[in-house]
Design a protein around this ligand. Structure first.
Ligand code: GAR
Length: 208
């Protein structure tokens, strides 16, 4: 059974989707054992507590140097015996140490079809604002492994979502979450826990 540690910063609807998937029995060989937040007031922490999941908080601003933050987060994840780390709306950039230590064991959910609308500065509502500004007709979400390139790691799953006339960033964000993020993130986590994702030459192969 793999220990899943989920990193959050905000509302935690993706965390909720993972908890729901776990409760349905969809994550066969994994268990969410801890939720770590970058923000002590994140509602995601309440969701964890309501489900009896251990919680912790680690804030970037409590460390002078980025390297100290990076090594403390790495140590915390090791203390929690993380086999898989899931970034579910985690808004702090990860450092080299944590990325190297958990190579191909960190999954992020991004609210666009990578390589569109991704990279530094593209997070949360901003992603949907840019998609609407560009006038794309289709957007979506991507679950991918994290490497040292922001939103550049091997893609695991993607799902497309239609943009509709009159969409606001908020409406589009909600549709992308409902139709794509809340489905592909738990699916990617389940695949990982069953050892069904192979990474080769920066790409993944899914054994399903
Ligand atoms: C989600 O839309 C997630 O894809 C996005 O933040 C939101 C968090 O919502 N993540 C990023 O933009 C990361 N680059 P949630 O807290 O309700 O899951």
């Amino acid at each position: 059974m793999k220990n899943i540690v989920v990193l959050v910063s905000g509302g935690g609807t993706n965390l909720q989707a993972l908890i729901d998937a776990q409760n349905r029995g969809d994550i066969k060989n994994g268990k969410i054992t801890c939720v770590i937040s970058s923000n002590p007031n994140a509602y995601a922490l309440e969701r964890a507590k309501n489900n009896g999941i251990d919680t912790a908080v680690i804030r970037r601003k409590d460390f002078d140097k980025f390297e100290s933050y990076d090594s403390s987060l790495t140590t915390l994840l090791q203390l929690k015996n993380a086999d898989l780390v899931v970034l579910a709306g985690f808004m702090t950039i990860l450092g080299r140490q944590v990325i190297k230590t958990f190579e191909n064991r960190i999954i992020n959910i991004h609210p666009a079809l990578i390589p569109s609308f991704c990279g530094e500065g593209y997070y949360g509502l901003r992603v949907h604002e840019e998609a609407l500004k560009k006038g794309v007709k289709v957007t979506g979400a991507t679950a991918h492994f994290v490497n040292e390139i922001c939103d550049g790691g091997p893609i695991i799953l993607q799902k497309a979502v239609e943009v509709q006339d009159g969409d606001t960033p908020e409406i589009l964000q909600k549709r992308v979450m409902e139709q794509a993020e809340w489905k592909i993130l738990p699916h990617a986590v389940a695949l990982f826990c069953e050892d069904k994702i192979i990474v080769k030459d920066g790409k993944t192969q899914i054994l399903d």
